[in-house]
Design a protein around this ligand. Structure first.
Ligand code: NAP
Length: 251
């Protein structure tokens, strides 16, 4: 483990929290694989920022809900950098605010496919690629949940909140299952964070509207979230596993 740069794969790394995490890792000298689904220009821009910060970077297209694409993304990362030390299971979507009575099956499937099936497929690939002897520095998986898993998402997106509740549970189970393989598994629950996700859910101003409801009286930034995510990937968190860290301004 000594003498080589460590490698991190970030799903949904082209924008928002994933991109911030990628850039922080790059500044720490890590190799970074930036996964994206559709916006190759945004992913390449993130990779350029990683390189400018001091890391190496590749971009890897792939929908996390596609089994073959997930396996290919891990293979591409390993081919480029030789090993994978950390995986941030970050890609996630919301759908427009709606009470459950008006939700379509197609919408529910889309949210669950990306947020939960995608996380399971990435966790499975990580369980295959990351194991290492116990006398080496641990590998790390960080699953991005949401404060919605605690709050429930009533009248806006109970489907999304339920998918994130499953992520919290997955974090606990995987941390126990993979500990003997020297893989730490933790979660991060962001609160209201200023990213494009709110626009994609139909309300670009949501973070500002919600800010007064946050005890700290403001939305958080992608960078503030990425700092917690990256810490969990590093040896600074060497005895932390099975934890879910709230990055939510007290909400
Ligand atoms: P974002 O700005 O909308 O970025 C989402 C990223 O995920 C993009 O890079 C997007 O790539 C990618 N992506 C979406 N679907 C994908 C798929 N099926 N396969 C691969 N990549 C996919 O979102 P964000 O706010 O940074 O959110 C990141 C994570 O934090 C999500 O899991 C979200 O649920 C969670 N979170 C966010 C907040 C918040 O307030 N922002 C709060 C709690 C939790 P393309 O652009 O190429 O599609």
């Amino acid at each position: 483990m000594t003498g080589r740069a460590r490698t991190i794969l970030v799903t949904g790394g082209s924008r928002g929290i994933g991109a911030a995490t990628a850039e922080i890792a790059g500044a720490a000298g890590w190799n970074v694989a930036v996964n994206f689904r559709s916006d190759s220009a945004a992913a390449e821009a993130c990779a350029e920022r990683v390189r400018a910060a001091g890391g190496q970077a590749i971009t890897v297209q792939g929908d996390v809900s596609d089994e073959a694409a997930v396996d290919a993304m891990f293979d591409a990362t390993r081919t480029a950098f030789g090993a994978i030390d950390a995986v941030v299971v970050n890609a996630g979507i919301v759908a427009p605010a709606s009470p459950i009575a008006e939700m379509t099956l197609e919408r529910m499937r889309r949210v669950i496919d990306t947020n939960l099936i995608g996380a399971l497929l990435c966790a499975r690939a990580a369980a295959r690629h990351l194991p290492r002897p116990l006398d080496q520095p641990a590998a790390s998986i960080v699953l991005i949940s949401s404060a919605a898993s605690r709050l429930g998402g009533a009248n806006e997106y109970v489907d999304y909140a339920a998918s994130k509740g499953a992520i919290d549970t997955l974090t606990i189970g995987l941390s126990k299952e993979l500990a003997a393989n020297n893989i730490r598994v933790n979660g991060v629950r962001p609160g209201i964070i200023e990213t494009d996700i709110h626009a994609s859910g139909g309300e670009p101003g949501r973070a500002q509207r919600m800010a007064p409801l946050v005890p700290m009286q403001r939305a958080g930034t992608a960078r503030e979230t990425g700092e917690a995510v990256f810490w969990l990937c590093t040896e600074a968190a060497s005895y932390v596993t099975g934890a879910v860290v709230d990055v939510a301004g007290g909400r």
